[in-house]
Structures are given as C-alpha cells and as structure tokens.
Design a protein around this ligand. Structure first.
Ligand code: AKB
Length: 314
C-alpha cells in the first residue's frame, strides 16, 4: 500500500488534494505536513515540519514508511516578490531536499510548476510545451530552476518525479494565496460578502485558469500513469479555460445581476499578469496520459458560488 506525504497540505491545492488522496488510499495512509496554517478540525494524519529542514523530513519519511510525496509547499508570485530570499529558500531548498530524499528512499514525487515559468518573451497564445522560459519573477525563476532540477534527478538518478505547469487555480476550500491569478478566488468572497469586488488586474488581463477539481483529477492521473508514458520530465503544459476579469464579472452577473465589478490595477500584479501567457497548448499532456478538462467558465462559476456559500454559511 502506498504511504503518501503531502507538503503544503493546507494551501489551495492541498486542501482539495488531501481529501482526494484520503478517499483513494485511506486516511491512515495520507500524511499532511503543515508548517503554520493548520485548520481546526482537520480529519487525518497530521505531521508538523518545515520542508527546508531535510533531517526532520527524513525522519517523517522513515517513520511513516512514505512511498510517494506531493510536494506542494512554496511561495506564489506576489508573495515571492515581497520576499525573494524566502521564496528562493522555501521553493528551491524545499524541492532539493525532497528530491534528495526521493533518491535515497526511492519515492515517487509530484511537484507543481506553473505558467509562471513563462515570461514576456514566450509566445502568448497557445504557448507550446517546449518554448522560451525567461520569467521575470523570482517565483518563475524557482519554477524554471525547479523543472530543470526535477529533470536532472530523473536522468541522473532515476527519480520518478512528475510535474504540471499549473495555470491559475480556482477553489473555495482554502483562502486565496498570495498570487496574481488569485483575483479569480477573491472575487467570489467579494460577491458573497459585499456584492462588489475591485479587481487588482485590468479588465482585459486574460490568463489561463482551471477549476480545482480538474487540477486534482489531472494531478492524480499524471501520478497514476505508467512511467513509460511520461515523456516530459521538466513539467507538462496543463490547460482548461482562459478568461479576463471582465469575462468573469459578466459570468457572475448572469447569476447575480446587481454584482459590481470594478478595476483598480496594482502595478506589480498587472506587470506579472502581462508577463504570462493567455492560453496554453496542452497537446502533449493529452497525448501522453489522456488529460482532458471538464469545467468551463459557467460551470466553474456556479460551483464556486455554491461551495463558498456553504463554507461561509451564507
Ligand atoms: C500565482 O498567480 O502566483 C499562481 C500561479 C499561476 O502559479 N496562482
């Protein structure tokens, strides 16, 4: 039986991934590693630690006979610009520690890359799998370096590490993180709390996005695929939908006609958004391990509102 460790277990991805893994493999076999933000009433196996500390990670892996790691802990784009040193330390040293332990203990690893690996010199529309990677954020730099490190550990040491370039992910279980695409989560809190939201990006800032259920399904499918099917050992392009803040506001207004969406672009966040692609070509993921998204913008909007209303008891 697999024994799974999830780092960053209580962030946007972890909050949905941990229950999905618990359902698939049993609560006894999934260990959620949290550092600071551990929600009250978490139902599962909790371990405490910091991914920057290789000896505590090693003890956890040995003690619980871990066979697979979903290494999600890391800073996002906006958080990274506020503190580049911490972003480098957590994102790079955390990943390197996990890969070192994966080599020693023969672990399979999932690590998320991001559309942040791309930059202003990357083709913006239907960005291909293999293309220019010249990001302008420290977060993006850690994603490119991380992708290459994963590929290095695979080719040099045979570590079975797999990765996806996540687009902006939208979910309601965890509070939104300190990222650029996160306006698409904040907007639903604004809707339900005040019936208005001032977006920190321009109305026409088109970005690749995905509902969290699609992201979790894709992540589990990638990890379950036979190793011989995995032809990309940096990170797969991974796509579902793309929209602008204005298009999201329009979609929300179909359900809540009095909702007011305004635009107050923040220069740092807008610059980051402008440096990223608008749409992604995920042909290689579709071909290699059968990726296919299920959520379009209208369905995502409906499900987000329903889920968040329940969470906020509205
Ligand atoms: C961010 O905006 O920083 C993240 C990402 C696209 O990786 N959501």
């Amino acid at each position: 039986m697999k024994k799974i460790l999830v780092t960053g277990a209580f962030g946007l991805v972890g909050s949905d991934l941990v229950p999905a893994l618990q359902k698939k493999y049993g609560k006894a076999n999934v260990f959620a590693l949290g550092n600071k933000t551990i929600p009250k009433g978490f139902d599962g196996q909790l371990v405490k630690g910091d991914v920057r500390d290789i000896s505590s990670l090693s003890k956890i892996i040995k003690k619980h006979h871990i066979t697979e790691v979903y290494h999600l802990a890391g800073l996002l784009s906006v958080g990274g610009e506020k503190n580049p040193d911490i972003a480098w330390d957590v994102n790079m040293n955390g990943l390197r520690n996990v890969l070192e332990l994966a080599r020693d203990y023969k672990l399979r690893v999932f690590w998320p890359s991001s559309i942040a690996a791309f930059g202003p010199t990357t083709p913006k529309k239907m960005t291909p799998q293999h293309t220019v990677l010249e990001p302008t954020t420290i977060y993006g730099v850690t994603k490119v370096a991380g992708e290459l490190l994963c590929q290095y550990y695979f080719t040099r040491w045979g570590v079975d590490v797999r990765s996806l370039r996540y687009p902006g992910l939208i979910g309601y279980k965890a509070p939104p993180g300190d990222g650029t695409t996160e306006y698409s989560v904040h907007i639903f809190y604004g809707l339900l709390r005040e019936n208005k939201y001032a977006c920190f990006l321009k109305a026409d800032a088109r970005l690749p996005m995905m509902y969290i259920d699609d992201a979790i399904r894709g992540t589990l499918a990638l990890m379950a695929a036979p190793a011989k099917k995995i032809t990309v050992r940096t990170a797969y392009n991974f796509a579902a939908i793309n929209f602008t803040p204005k298009e999201l506001v329009t979609e929300i207004k179909k359900l809540y006609p009095t909702f007011v969406g305004t635009y107050e672009p923040n220069p740092v966040k807008q610059r980051i958004a402008e440096s990223w692609p608008q749409s992604i070509d995920d042909t290689v993921a579709r071909r290699d391990w059968g990726w296919k998204p299920a959520f379009e913008l209208p369905k995502m909007t409906e499900v987000m509102i329903k889920g968040l209303k329940k969470k906020l008891s509205i």
